[in-house]
Design a protein. Structure first.
Lengths: 180, 310
């Protein structure tokens, strides 16, 4: 781990470059391990930031199963947020071009913090049908920060963080950092 | 990011960013309307009253559906069969309804400026569903959305608005919006139905020849001849209007390109537009209606009060 001071803001890089790639590859293998040949399984990335991870993850999974059709969709949860009436949030695209009825859904997001986003995602998902099972895959688990009883099934890295810190995944720079 | 005004009184008051935000949000709501469960919980703590002092089918049902899809509670009021016939004033009617903790008002009224008057006197957010011959902002927004869906954008698109421009709030709102978003606008109709200084006032070109208009435009928005609004006879007969300005299959077939046909509804078949055109494959009239719900959902979602109320 490297320590960087940047514009009076302390920043600690917790995953970078090759570490990030290896972690994503491991997550892909773990998902495949539990979902034999992705039969009856669909992958859904959560807008806006979960989609960067899910794009990479689905790419990895496709590399492991060339020629196999993967059901991959994107879900925007803006209208289901529990703070939807406190602040105006602009919605992104939702594209789920398949049914989730009786399927195993793997929700994919970059950082799991309070759990409210995933709670909203579950509500949104249930308006599309009745899935057989829902699992959660995240790159970073900010453990001990949960405000809802929600836990991930696949975790890239678990970290301890306090409420004033921000965990940022920078896909452009290929690094994950904590900022004060 | 939010809208620049608390109300939607007219396109005149909206900025280009406002319009873009509404149309972008409407795209997401249109996707919601394709889902098996066409509902989102976003406005479930809001109560909305639809005050329609003038007749309407499309607009009223469209707003009611939009409200229900946002999980808001909705009540509809039409002037006939209400105490307005007992002489109750507009302000009294609205204040009485607001005392029952109604949060937003969607209003259509025959007097231009009625929603603006209300906006100055009541705390709720007001959405103008058509006021007299002034504006009909949600119609213009759904028209723009439909054009973008078909043509990819508004900048540089040539739009002809054809018919009774003088009495049309749809025309006025469309002109404001299209000009703001960089489209070119021509108005076409009999000289008796086009306001005298409209070129100078609104920056549109006036054309009296329907063939030239259709040859020029990419999109033709055909307005209804409003028989109920005219006290004087401003053209000789409906048959003559159809001969001179009606959109017919023959006119369209004589053009070198396929133009998009729009109409705000309700259609007077055989007057401003012939049945085979209205039902033909160049017409996006029914898509306009479908888009209306998504656009109204976007407007309601963006205008819902976001201050803490508890």
């Amino acid at each position: 781990m490297q320590l960087k001071i940047n514009n009076n803001k302390q920043m600690k890089i917790i995953l970078s470059g090759s570490q990030l790639s290896i972690t994503i590859r491991r997550l892909a293998h773990q998902v495949l391990e539990n979902h034999h040949e992705l039969e009856n399984t669909v992958l859904i990335g959560i807008q806006p930031r979960g989609v960067f991870l899910s794009d990479r993850l689905v790419n990895e999974i496709q590399n492991q199963m060339p020629g196999h059709e993967i059901h991959y969709g994107k879900l925007d949860i803006t209208f289901y947020r529990d703070d939807v009436r406190n602040e105006l949030h602009v919605a992104n695209q939702t594209d789920i071009p398949f049914t989730i009825e009786n399927k195993k859904v793997v929700l994919i997001d970059d950082v799991l913090y309070t759990g409210r986003t995933i709670r909203s995602a579950l509500d949104a998902l249930l308006d599309y049908g009745r899935p057989a099972k829902v699992e959660l895959c995240v790159l970073i688990d900010r453990r001990f920060s949960r405000q809802f009883p929600i836990q991930p099934d696949y975790v890239g890295k678990s970290i301890d963080s306090i409420i004033t810190q921000r965990v940022k995944v920078s896909w452009a720079e290929e690094e994950v950092k904590i900022m004060e | 990011m939010s809208l620049s005004s608390k109300h939607l009184l007219g396109i005149r008051h909206l900025t280009k960013d406002d319009i873009s935000l509404i149309l972008q949000t409407a795209t997401q709501f249109k996707e919601v309307l394709q889902r098996p469960i066409k509902k989102v919980p976003s406005l479930r703590d809001i109560t909305i009253v639809n005050l329609f002092f003038e007749n309407s089918t499309r607009t009223r049902i469209s707003f009611e559906l939009a409200e229900k899809r946002l999980s808001a509670d909705t009540i509809s009021f039409s002037a006939s069969g209400s105490s307005v016939s007992k002489g109750e004033t507009l302000l009294d009617t609205v204040n009485n309804i607001l005392s029952m903790k109604v949060d937003m008002v969607v209003m259509r009224h025959s007097a231009s400026g009625a929603p603006h008057f209300l906006a100055q006197h009541i705390p709720a957010a007001i959405i103008n569903a058509g006021d007299g011959i002034n504006e009909h902002p949600t119609q213009a927004l759904l028209d723009a959305f439909s054009i973008i869906e078909k043509k990819g954008g508004l900048e540089g698109i040539k739009v002809a608005i054809i018919g009774d421009i003088m009495h049309s709030r749809v025309a006025q709102s469309n002109i404001y919006l299209l000009k703001k978003m960089g489209a070119e606008v021509v108005v076409c109709g009999p000289p008796t139905l086009i306001p005298k200084y409209i070129s100078e006032a609104l920056g549109v070109r006036v054309e009296y020849d329907i063939k030239k208009t259709l040859a020029w435009c990419d999109v033709a928005n055909v307005l209804r001849i409003q028989l109920e609004r005219q006290n004087q006879v401003l053209f000789s007969s409906l048959r003559e209007y159809n001969l001179a300005y009606g959109i017919t299959r023959r006119l369209l077939d004589g053009l070198s390109k396929e133009i998009v046909i729009m109409h705000p509804g309700p259609i007077n078949r055989g007057v401003e537009i012939d049945s085979d055109v209205a039902d033909g494959n160049q017409s996006i009239i029914l898509q306009q209606v479908e888009n209306g719900v998504a656009v109204r959902m976007a407007v309601l979602y963006l205008l819902a009060d976001r201050g803490q109320k508890y």
